[in-house]
Design a protein around this ligand. Structure first.
Ligand code: NAI
Length: 365
């Protein structure tokens, strides 16, 4: 693993702030990749890493991805990410004290970095952070926060799926279409419910068999065993569990026409976007289609949106995804490459034809 020094030299972001937290033996890394479009925004991940440098490398990589994500959906934020590299996941009072010390660090940055939940952090942790730090999104609704971002994420994915269907079949009618939702947690569970309500023929899959059975029974869906999910015949495969599901090996066994789901980092390698294109599978870039949670928190907490305005912006994710598909087709490039072009154009001040303005206030703000 490379040293902190080597990582910083090769990263390309604006600044990284580190702190060694002596009482817990944890490292705190706040990576501010870009503030070109606004203060850097990104979740705080709490994880045990093999070495502190692995934690820093993760924060750097994820912060760069956040820059593209914010840009492509038109959110007035730059990209950032924080990692708490802990020796073991803490609980109780130990966790609370760590979060308060971390909150003080974020607060000291004066709003240049704003955070929300990520792997191993959730709404109760954000409530603790907010005791000492005003730059926190996703607190409990009872405390004035925007709540669990899984709701907005799921709804954005739903609109992205409709846009994908329109692109491939010329209609977004769900009746007669088979959609497989992989992972039935905060996002996948809600997405499955929306798809069932729309009349889709629903397949569901989760490593938690009890959860899969429960969702299937309540929505009238069929359960697919986790190891058979990739090869299941369907119109839309919606990965809502883990990253890295689209690889050289998996692309060759997929039997779907569209991949459109919430999971982060679905491509095992960037070239896999091209492999999907070559296989005739339409891929909705993950960081575009899964940006609804950001719009939910930003809209409800900062921009004064009500539910109706939020829904309008979440539908805008579908419009952005559709524009990326058209750009990819026109230019003969993968949808992954097209999304990156839209994001980079926005970062350089050029709106381009794919406007990517899902987060721009349209009314009511
Ligand atoms: P979650 O932890 O609530 O649910 C994940 C579900 O996937 C669980 O039911 C788990 O049992 C299942 N699962 C895990 N491994 C699996 C496998 N190999 N095959 C099938 N099922 C498996 O997570 P959440 O919040 O629903 O997020 C889902 C994905 O969407 C994650 O990749 C997350 O990074 C991404 N995402 C979530 C956002 C949010 O607002 N919650 C925002 C953007 C992305």
């Amino acid at each position: 693993m490379r040293s902190f020094e080597e990582l910083l030299r090769s990263w390309g972001g604006e600044q990284a702030v580190f702190r060694y937290d002596e009482p817990s033996g944890s490292w705190m890394f706040v990576c501010i990749h870009s503030t070109t479009l606004g203060p850097a925004g990104g979740g705080t991940r709490m994880l045990v890493y093999p070495t502190p440098a692995d934690g820093l490398a993760d924060a750097m990589r994820l912060s760069a991805a956040m820059t593209l994500k914010m840009a492509v959906v038109g959110a007035p934020f730059g990209g950032g990410k924080a990692v708490l590299a802990v020796p073991a996941l803490p609980g109780g009072e130990e966790r609370r004290k760590l979060l308060l010390r971390y909150g003080a660090l974020v607060s000291s940055l004066g709003g240049m970095f704003r955070t929300a939940a990520d792997v191993n952090t959730s709404t109760p942790d954000l409530d603790v952070l907010a005791e000492v730090c005003p730059y926190v999104y996703g607190r409990s609704e009872t405390l004035g926060g925007g709540g669990d971002s899984g709701r907005g994420t799921a709804r954005g994915v739903f609109h992205g799926i409709l846009a994908s269907l329109r692109h491939v079949y010329g209609t977004d009618e769900l009746r007669g279409r088979t959609v497989l939702v992989q992972g039935l947690g905060s996002v996948g569970g809600r997405l499955a419910a929306d798809l069932a309500a729309g009349g889709a023929d629903l397949l569901v899959s989760d490593v938690d068999a009890v959860r899969a059975q429960g969702v299937a029974a309540s929505l009238g869906a069929r359960v697919v065993a986790p190891e058979q999910a990739l090869a299941a015949e369907c119109d839309v495969f919606a990965p809502c569990a883990v990253g890295g599901v689209l690889s050289r090996d998996s692309v060759s066994i997929l039997r779907c026409r569209i991949v459109a789901g919430a999971a982060n980092n679905q491509l095992a390698a960037p070239e896999d976007a091209e492999r999907l294109r070559a296989a005739g599978i339409l891929y909705a870039p993950d960081y575009v289609i899964n940006a609804g949670g950001i719009l939910q928190l930003l809209g409800l907490e900062d921009l004064g949106w009500d539910e109706e305005v939020l829904e309008e912006h979440l539908a805008g994710i579908g419009a952005t995804v559709g524009e990326i598909f058209l750009l990819a087709e026109r230019e003969g490039i993968s949808t992954g490459r097209a999304a990156e072009r839209v994001a980079l154009a926005r970062l350089s001040g050029d709106q381009g034809s794919a406007s990517g303005d899902a987060g721009r206030p349209r009314r009511g703000t």
